[in-house]
Design a binder for this molecule. Structure first.
Ligand SMILES: Cc1ncc(COP(=O)(O)OP(=O)(O)O)c(N)n1
Ligand SMILES: Cc1nc(C(=O)O)sc1CCOP(=O)(O)O
Length: 514
């Protein structure tokens, strides 16, 4: 992967200047002699910067150049033998792809684990199975933590990781709390092509280092900010979020939508009426230009087509790279294999900040048959315990979940809030749920530090507007209601929220580990 005109040592030097803190030399085809020459040249650079150099697979080369350590795979020399040859002070990292391998490596005193492959990689042919993706990485990491002794386990994830998914991988793979322990993040990420194939290895390394720092602030469990400890406190915080968008002179949050053709016009108007600025563009090639300008991204999978699917992937990549919150509306996710696979892929590869769904969609995402769907509509009485359902989905995907229905439930898994505003006429017009997704996206962009409050502000705003619209003497049914709804979204004030928001903090076990 070394471009013409530069040497591997040059690239390593640039990458270290960008923020790389450990270097591994992995050469699969070089002669031993050439490997030694390269290793010596790279080692000179890493020593100058005081960064450890590890040699992949080849203990003999590591010994010959006095590298700081080695990385060995499951088919390489056993760890105990490598340790005997290298002595107690050298770093030995071990590749692991399962909880058993992780436990075994920790028990054999590996200095760190390389957990992978996380995603597909072009760098080598590796098998991905159910133990891959950030969820698989987390399962392996948790096994390592359970096996650790007095020396803390250390690990990095590897495979298909780059600037667009680094924060997601680090946030999602944090351990759940085990009895008597704190949630623990991986120690870092291992990348090949994200730096080696970049036009500027220094800039690429700096961008990745920024993503790693950023993950600690935005990814789970930073999401679990308390919305407030009483209903009154939460209503006041929601009103503050609302005011931050609607204050005279405030910049309108730009919401980039990829949404369905049934609601595209209504969603754009709802966004405007609530104080946002809509842009509706699904072309994949444009996402890297548009998403960084937006304050949030709404991805709604209704009326799916292949071009929109490509647009969603590109938009969510750009959102990951530029730290933009994503609101995912998994319309009728249980209805077709394509929708199910797409939502699973988007959540695994990119994650969402908020999932906005009706009860049937929440059930489909949980793999539960408790709430049936009729096309895009949820039917029946809903979940026996709706708060538990949203809490469970929030924990599963480590995101805020806003479930719309007669009563709406919004959860970040640590706190769950029921919203008892809204009107039955919302169920009589098409696109009311999609407009709720837009409303959430408007306010989530404004409440970056607390997406639970942003989601609540969107849900409360659209529901109060619906109540106001339904009360108007000129509203006689769905047609006039739809028209009035836009006027009332536009006319909504902070005082309406303070006086009329009907929310309650749902008591309940904080059953989901943080
Ligand atoms: C940090 C890190 N993790 C995993 C690997 C893979 O090593 P290995 O299993 O030895 O496979 P090859 O690199 O030999 O193809 C790694 N190199 N680094
Ligand atoms: C060398 C290696 N080992 C892996 C494993 O899963 O063990 S994945 C991998 C390649 C990582 O390259 P990139 O960052 O370009 O995807």
């Amino acid at each position: 992967m070394v471009p013409a005109g530069s040497t591997l040592a040059d690239i390593v030097s640039s990458a270290i200047l960008g923020g790389v803190t450990i270097v591994q030399l992995r050469e699969k085809t070089m002669s031993t002699q050439a490997f030694l020459t390269t290793a010596r040249a790279v080692h000179q650079v890493t020593q100058r910067h005081n960064v450890p150099l590890l040699i992949n697979d080849r203990i003999d080369v590591a010994l010959a150049v006095d590298a700081e350590g080695v990385h060995i795979g499951q088919d390489d020399m056993p760890l105990a033998t490598a340790r005997r040859l290298l002595g107690p002070d050298k770093i030995i990292g071990v590749s692991v792809g399962s909880p058993d391998e992780a436990r075994e490596a920790i028990e054999a005193s590996a200095d760190y684990l390389g957990i992978g492959p996380c995603f597909d990689t072009k760098t080598k042919s590796v098998r991905r199975d159910e133990l891959t993706g950030p969820r698989g990485v987390r399962a392996i990491w948790e096994a390592a933590l359970q096996a650790e002794g007095p020396v803390p386990a250390r690990a990095v994830a590897i495979g298909g990781i780059g600037p667009s998914n680094a924060a997601h991988v680090l946030g999602y793979s944090r351990s759940m709390v085990l009895p008597g322990t704190q949630a623990r993040a991986l120690d870092g990420l291992a990348v090949v092509s994200a730096i080696m194939a970049a036009a500027s290895p220094r800039a690429a390394a700096a961008q990745l280092a920024g993503q790693i720092r950023h993950a600690a602030d935005v990814a789970w469990p930073a999401l679990l900010r308390d919305p407030g400890s009483s209903s009154a406190e939460i209503v006041s915080a929601i009103a503050d979020v609302f005011s931050s968008v609607r204050a005279p002179g405030a910049a309108r949050p730009l919401v980039q939508h990829i949404t369905n053709m049934v609601v595209i016009n209504d969603s754009a108007n709802a966004c405007l009426a609530l104080g946002g600025s809509p842009i509706m563009e699904s072309l994949a090639a444009d996402q890297q230009h548009l998403v960084p300008l937006a304050s949030s991204l709404l991805v709604n999978i209704g009326t799916l087509d292949l071009a929109a699917m490509a647009g969603m992937r590109a938009a969510m990549r750009a959102a990951g790279e530029h730290h933009r919150p994503v609101v995912l509306d998994p319309v009728a996710v249980g209805a077709t294999p394509t929708r199910r696979a797409l939502v699973a892929e988007l959540l695994e590869h990119h994650g969402a900040c908020v999932v906005k769904a009706n009860a049937g969609e929440v059930a489909a995402l949980l793999g539960s048959a408790e709430v049936p769907m009729n096309g895009v509509d949820s039917v029946g009485g809903g979940f026996a315990d709706p708060a538990a359902a949203v809490r469970r989905l929030s924990a599963m995907h480590r995101c805020v979940v806003a479930m719309t229905g007669r009563v709406d439930y919004v959860s970040n898994c640590a706190a769950t809030v029921a919203v008892r505003n809204g009107h039955a006429l919302q169920a009589e017009i098409t696109g009311a749920g999609c407009m709720a997704g837009t409303a959430v996206a408007v306010f989530v962009g404004a409440a970056r530090a607390n997406p639970l409050l942003g989601a609540l502000a969107g849900i409360v705003a659209i529901n109060l507007a619906a109540e106001h619209a339904a009360r108007r003497p000129d509203v006689h049914g769905p047609g006039s209601f739809r028209q009035a709804l836009f006027d009332e979204m536009h006319a909504l004030t902070r005082q309406h929220i303070l006086d009329e928001a009907a929310i309650e903090l749902v008591p309940g076990p904080n059953a989901v580990p943080l």
